[in-house]
Design a protein around this ligand. Structure first.
Ligand code: SF4
Length: 346
């Protein structure tokens, strides 16, 4: 029977996950699946991608075990992602179990929000700290063009529902693409006038299963989005956001906030505090890294918690200084096998 780490948690926390640049990793993004009820053009094609078979995906117990092992090494913030995590029936239970894990303070969710009305009460009861809802256009025709599905009204209703439920944090993730939705930056920012919501404008990233990235210059860099915001609003007040919200502002008199995430420019890497675990149980020490550190295999070969942690520390220890270096290194066959954000977990 693998030795459990509970004792360690009870007594003292294990040394933190530290890389050779002195960064501490206390935030784990864990993908719960690869499948999704949308087909966003900046993520995957209509036919989907080469989805892992169910038996290759992490089970509920495996996810909970990884949360426990990570928490013992100082990870106190968990974000469940996907695919679309609300498609997973055990999501509320995973949230509750994670929040009852010694060391874990916060559990967040990233979702497209389309099914939120079906699970909001359970998520609230499970203690979910907050959620980020992906929405890239406020126009029904554009919503359909980018997601290849209808659903704008439902998503907007579910954002209102999330705000009404009183989660500590409700954010809207907008992937800005030049010539597609960059003319909606004002409209999205206006959502923060009367709502305690953070609208996060995110740079387009090259994990679109080779759809748009190589086609045209859809990339609108963070500095251009920031310049646009300053052009739209006098009295844009700089404010502190989360580690990735490199640029974070409040518009005078508005309830919420706007943020800009240089996810492709990668000028935020010195503050990096996150690791990712894919739905099939592979640790990625950077979004742009092409190296998988197999945790699922270890668990299924009855490895101990120490052996798991050894692999996790090895992955963190090998982390590149930033996402640019990570991408340069990622030329291996494995690297190119994860071509869509849904295979990495966002
Ligand atoms: S690109 Fe990599 S190093 Fe930079 S913030 Fe993202 S995960 Fe961290």
């Amino acid at each position: 029977m693998p030795l459990k780490l509970q004792h360690a948690v009870k007594s003292t926390m294990l040394p933190a996950l530290l890389d050779r640049y002195g960064r501490i990793f206390n935030y784990a993004r864990i993908a719960l699946n690869e499948r999704c009820n949308l087909r966003c053009t900046y993520c995957m094609p209509e036919e989907g991608v080469d989805f892992q078979p169910p038996e290759k995906l992490l089970s509920k117990n495996e996810v909970s075990r990884l949360v426990r092992v990570l928490a013992a090494a100082g990870v106190n913030k968990i974000r469940f992602t996907g695919g679309e995590p609300t498609l997973r029936k055990d999501l509320p239970e995973l949230i509750a179990t994670s929040l009852h894990t010694p060391g874990v303070d916060q559990v967040f969710l990233t979702t497209n929000g389309l099914l939120l009305h079906r699970v909001a009460d359970q998520l609230k009861r499970a203690g979910l700290t907050g959620l980020n809802i992906s929405l890239d256009s406020l126009h029904a025709d554009r919503f359909k063009k980018i997601t290849r599905r209808a659903g704008l009204e439902q998503t907007l209703d579910n954002i209102k529902l999330a705000l009404a439920k009183g989660f500590d944090s409700v954010k809207i993730n907008v992937v800005v693409m030049r010539g597609f939705n960059d003319d909606e930056i004002k409209q999205f920012s206006e959502l923060t006038r009367d709502n305690k919501v953070t609208v996060r404008f995110i740079e387009f990233m090259p994990f679109d299963a080779k759809q748009l990235w190589c086609e045209g210059d859809y990339l609108m860099r963070a500095k251009d989005i920031v310049a646009k915001l300053h052009g739209l609003y006098d009295g844009l007040m700089a404010d502190k956001g989360s580690e990735t919200e490199h640029h974070h502002y409040r518009i005078k008199g508005y309830q919420g906030a706007v943020a800009v995430i240089p996810a492709f420019t990668r000028s935020l890497c010195r503050n990096c505090n996150r690791i990712r675990i894919t739905a099939d149980g592979q640790l990625r020490n950077c979004l742009y890294s092409g190296t998988d550190y197999d945790l699922r295999g270890l668990m299924r070969r009855d490895a101990s918690d120490e052996q798991l942690l050894f692999q996790i520390r090895a992955a963190v220890g090998a982390k590149a200084i930033d996402g640019v270096e990570a991408r340069e290194r990622s030329t291996s066959k494995i690297a190119v096998s994860r071509i869509s954000m849904t295979q990495i977990g966002g």
